[in-house]
Write a protein of this length. Structure first.
Lengths: 248, 248
DNA sequence: TCAAAAGTGTTTGCTTTACACCCATGT
DNA sequence: ACATGGGTGTAAAGCAAACACTTTTGA
């Protein structure tokens, strides 16, 4: 978990860009996966003045670690906090910011002026993080005049800025390879959940089906779950047990 | 494999630092593991004027990708090329370059002058790569007056600059988790090798022992090896087969 | 009493591990 | 002949997949 320090928010973006508050040529991006029912989605943002969608991210303060910058920029743009953010790759090709770069358009529409050869118009490298959350929990996305937040199916991404489509796809690959109980147990499910919910979660993320009984045996053998009371839903079938993750 | 483009070498370091040839605040580092007999080593460099050892690395040109910068800086400092370099983590804490920073000492001894608040004295982030080679192949390390190259056991590292000990340790963790036939088959063994050599390689890197026959069955079942002629060593025992990796 | 969905047990088959034996080679 | 190390076969153990049956619940 990362603590968000937003003491820097008092400075405007223009001030920050012009007073060298940021580390030049460096950014962070966060791929936030949302899970609900049987769908895996990704959280994207779009500036109203710009055609293309981005993953939440931003620049890094000179006295701020990459990890902290990821947590902070995510919070500023989505109000999500205390997520289990994990670094997965740093994108550093030369031309990754050349195509579909919304910066000029954005700064112009904000009436911000920076030097025409300011580094934000040039090449910069970006370290990418990912996290998983349950997207049915009602998040109050910040109400700014600049941008809008929305969930997209990972199978049906819109036109995206920069190389952000590549970032999302690589994040998804990484997630599938590194899906473990730390990730799943962190933000994805409510505190109490049924075995079927856990199974659907795995099936959705990994894109494959498991057998009910074998899945249960496997997951219980890891001794990471505690069985709780039964859940009576009112439906005409046996009530399933609820479980919760044990702290290790 | 990465192609090395050293057209930039004509500019001196001082010129590069002062003419903004580099991307500010960004560097790359390469953890080169060497394998021989039953030892896993790591290649380190030391400037003569500086007490502490570093992994080979350097700064990134403005028109150069991170991957290319890793290959280039490695080549410049060790003359190693065509290695299978793989990115594994980006180190971005605020104070990682504060401690044991050899830059002032180094530039002074080189009689290079840069602005006292030049970014190389400040914080910078570093993307780390690793590769594996057979360190018995005689490498002609470049003969510079500035630095010396040497192999160190991963279990017995010397005093290191910056956070490079942490980088080596994380690289080793990553290597052990991601040891596959692409890595092993790339630079580690001679073209023809015995099953025992391959087994020793795995045992050395992973730090555990396997049974001769079971290891052989497992590795042959992957259909990645081609059996060649026998190797007569002159010793009083059955001659082992040689193998080579199949191109996939 | 029935359908739906969850819980639990058992059988089967495969992969990994362990043990055993045989073969080639130079002294 | 014999010691040394490599090649190969087989039994035992462990794990995962598939299948079958029982239990609970509300209509």
């Amino acid at each position: 978990m990362m603590k968000v320090d937003d003491s820097k928010n008092k400075l405007s973006l223009a001030e920050l860009l012009n007073t060298k508050g940021f580390v030049e040529h460096v950014s962070v991006d966060c791929v936030i996966f949302g899970f609900n029912k049987d769908e895996l989605k990704v959280l994207l943002l779009k500036y109203h003045e710009v055609d293309r969608w981005s993953v939440p991210g931003g620049f890094v303060f000179k006295d701020e670690s990459l990890d902290d910058a990821a947590a902070r920029t995510l919070y500023e743009r989505t109000h999500l906090e205390n997520l289990f953010l994990q670094q997965f790759y740093t994108f550093g090709s030369v031309n990754r910011t050349d195509e579909n770069n919304p910066h000029r358009q954005l700064l112009k529409s904000l009436n911000l002026t920076v030097d025409p050869d300011h580094w934000i118009y040039q090449r910069f490298i970006s370290t990418a993080y990912f996290a998983l959350i349950d997207f049915t929990i009602s998040h109050t996305f910040p109400d700014t005049n600049n941008e809008v937040c929305a969930w997209f199916s990972v199978d049906d991404l819109p036109e995206m800025a920069f190389d952000h489509e590549k970032i999302v796809k690589k994040g998804l690959d990484f997630l599938r390879l590194n899906l473990d109980y730390n990730v799943v147990g962190s933000n994805l499910l409510p505190e109490k959940f049924t075995m079927k919910e856990l199974q659907t979660l795995y099936e959705t993320i990994l894109g494959e089906k498991f057998r009910r009984n074998n899945f249960q045996r496997k997951v219980l053998s890891l001794n990471m779950l505690q069985r709780l009371e039964k859940l009576y839903t009112g439906s005409a079938n046996k009530a399933p047990y609820l479980y919760k993750f044990l702290k290790k």
